[in-house]
Design a binder for this molecule. Structure first.
Ligand code: GTP
Ligand code: MG
Length: 371
């Protein structure tokens, strides 16, 4: 079936990546005040908090309520020279290659007890340092590809002319210090992020920023976070401002006390959930719900634009194989109607076929013939 989507937590050493990861996933990855604490990539799942799931559960009163999750990967700090094998080097670039999107953590908290790779905190420079390593790694990838294509082109030069031109342009683009995601040469045959694009470039991956700020700078994040926000805005992406240490602590508190503390600081929701939601948007994900005979209310993740047949496959391969129809009602309609029976009576339940494009918030009952 479809693989789970992963967001890689990337950044310089000691910026709070593992702290964010732990709070998100409560997986207990090693956290310490010295660089290179993280040696193995840690994969963990974060629950997606969804009001609609709670509302549905209140309506149905099931035995189990199962939120959907998104995977995060805690990756070790990247240092200058990583693309040449410095620090923990290429190994980590490889881990980044495997993720679907990047959450780049930028240090914005001041703490003399926690060493930083450079003397001053400079978010812009820190982002550039990382980008440079990623770009150099991509440059090496593209160069290898160019050599490969050149050798294939020996027998049939015409067949590879366009691809070589595109790759050469890309090399030049990276060589000028720009990221692959800003390369747009008008040749629709080659896509920087296209599916089946084996280049899998690090700087072509969707990205968001996490400004890890000191608690005193909440809720807005202060001057350093503003610099990260500026970079994010220029790139057309999002920045999530949070204090990793505070989030770690609040994750352990009773929910109502944590909420009260947040309100006091001026935070509307958990920074972790803000990050989870931003990751959801970054990956173009939506949520649908299933209600299993009133026993279980469950949320599932799907790529935007996915069809009913694919949604069925998420739940069970048998449902996909024996798919007959999907009975669909929007979560809002169902909650307004008060019960499935009432929604059916009002004609709010639709019967959809396998090609129905699932909408965010759909509650789906799959009709299928068991094997
Ligand atoms: N003051 C303060 N310290 C923090 C914050 N977030 C993390 N730290 C501290 O920074 C140190 C490094 O945190 P980690 O989460 O291990 O950092 P990392 O980015 O995973 O580091 P590497 O894996 O070595 O690259 C730890 O001592 C944390 O407690 C924060 O928001 N405020
Ligand atoms: Mg770490």
């Amino acid at each position: 079936m479809s693989m789970s989507l992963q967001i890689g937590i990337v950044g310089l050493p000691n910026v709070g990546k593992s702290t964010v990861f732990n709070a998100l996933t409560k997986a207990g990855a090693a956290v310490a005040g010295y660089p290179f604490t993280t040696i193995d990539p840690n994969v963990g799942v974060a629950e997606v908090d969804d009001r609609r799931l709670r509302d549905l559960a209140a309506l149905v009163g099931p035995e189990r309520v199962v939120p959907t999750t998104i995977q995060f990967v805690d990756i070790a700090g990247l240092v200058k020279g990583a693309s040449r094998g410095e620090g923990l080097g290429n190994q980590f670039l490889g881990y980044i290659r495997n993720v679907d999107a990047i959450a780049m953590v930028v240090r914005c908290f001041r703490d003399p007890d926690v060493a930083h790779v450079s003397a001053a905190l400079d978010p812009q420079a820190d982002i550039e340092t990382i980008d440079l390593e990623l770009i150099l790694a991509d440059l090496a990838t593209v160069e290898r590809r160019i050599e490969k294509v050149k050798s294939m082109a020996k027998a049939r030069p015409k067949d590879y002319e366009a691809q070589l031109a595109w790759l050469t342009g890309l090399r030049q683009h990276l060589d000028s210090g720009a990221r692959a995601d800003s390369y747009n040469q008008a040749d629709s045959r080659f896509e920087i992020r296209g599916s089946g694009n084996e280049l899998n470039l690090l700087t072509a991956k969707p990205r968001l920023y996490v400004a890890n700020v000191g608690e005193e700078d909440l809720p807005d994040g202060g001057e350093l976070a503003a610099q990260v926000a500026e970079t994010a805005a220029a790139e057309g992406t999002e920045v999530v401002v949070l204090c990793a240490l505070l989030e770690t602590e609040l994750a352990e508190w009773p929910p109502d006390e944590a909420a009260a503390y947040r309100a006091e600081v001026g935070l509307r929701e958990s920074g972790l959930q803000t990050l989870v939601k931003a990751g959801y948007r970054l990956l173009n994900l939506i949520t649908f719900f299933t209600i299993t005979g009133g026993k279980e209310v469950r949320a599932w993740t799907l790529r935007q634009g996915s069809r009913a047949l694919e949604a069925a496959g998420k739940v069970h391969t048998d449902m996909q194989r024996g798919f007959i129809r999907a009975e669909v009602v929007s979560c809002e309609d169902l909650i307004a109607a008060g019960s499935l029976a009432a929604a059916r009576e009002k004609g709010l339940l639709r019967l959809e076929g396998r090609d129905y494009v699932v909408q965010d918030g759909d509650v789906i009952h799959f009709r299928f013939s068991p094997p």
